[in-house]
Design a protein around this ligand. Structure first.
Ligand code: PGA
Length: 249
């Protein structure tokens, strides 16, 4: 049985004190979740939040890591540094990183390799923009994102990856993909994994849905056989909402 998961992505929100307060609230409200629970926080929060959630079932993720191992890269944070905080996951390939920080498939391929090398499990994001969906080329887009950054991995390494399908037109817009749209794409993604890695790996890969997933629509999205959970932005910033989504899984 593949892992079911609800992961939060705080993005560039909350100062350190606010982040610690939110993590504390979550620690108190998430006790025996029926799925893996992950919170993705800005780099500066990681070490402190790791202390807060110690002993709870909540896992910690960074939202990015460098595409270089170490050295003279001012302002960058390496996968090894992330791992040393206690984080066990790393969100990579988020559309905001691709769009605003020009992260290419090649750069992301490096980041994935470095995350794995440093014992961080990537949560790798893929998804089409609005114009691509309107042109009905979403399958081709998602396929090339996978081929460009993760289908180079051995089956053993690929098994450490969680995928997050996030249609860019649904992120932060309130426009959620319909459960049928999500299921259709997730099943397609799983078929691509099957082609590359075979039945077992395809069955075992966790594929999250992200994009305006909230406490109201989560249950309906998660009810689909190929939707294994969610990557949650806005709704992960409010403890009650995030907890409700976890309870919907
Ligand atoms: P959203 O963000 O839930 O605010 O749409 C999701 C994401 O970007 O991971």
């Amino acid at each position: 049985m593949r892992t079911k998961m609800v992961a939060g992505n705080w993005k560039m929100n909350k100062n350190l004190q606010e982040g610690i307060a939110l993590a504390t609230e979550l620690k108190n409200s998430v006790n025996t979740p029926a799925c893996e629970v992950v919170i993705g926080t800005p780099f500066i929060h990681l070490a402190s939040v790791a202390e807060v959630i110690k002993g709870s079932p909540i896992q910690l993720a960074a939202e990015n890591c460098a595409d270089k191992e170490s050295g003279a890269y001012t302002g960058e944070v390496s996968a090894a540094m992330v791992r040393s905080t206690g984080a066990t996951y790393c969100i990579l390939g988020h559309s905001e990183r691709r769009q605003y920080y020009h992260e290419t498939p090649e750069i992301l391929k490096e980041k994935v390799l470095l995350a794995l090398k440093n014992d961080l499990k990537p949560i790798f994001c893929i998804g089409e923009v609005k114009e691509e969906r309107e042109a009905s080329i979403q399958n081709e887009v998602v396929k090339s994102q996978l081929e460009g950054s993760v289908f180079n991995l051995s089956a053993e390494d690929f098994a450490k990856i969680t995928l997050a399908y996030e249609p860019v037109w649904a992120i932060g817009t309130g426009l959620t993909a319909t459960p049928a749209q999500a299921q259709e794409m997730h099943a397609y993604i799983r078929s691509l994994i099957r082609e590359h890695y075979g039945e077992q790996v395809a069955d075992d890969t966790t594929i999250l849905y992200g994009g305006s997933c909230n406490e109201k629509n989560a249950a309906e999205l998660f009810a689909n056989p190929d939707v294994d959970g969610g990557l949650i932005g806005g709704a992960s910033l409010v403890a009650e909402k995030f907890t409700a989504i976890i309870n919907a899984r």
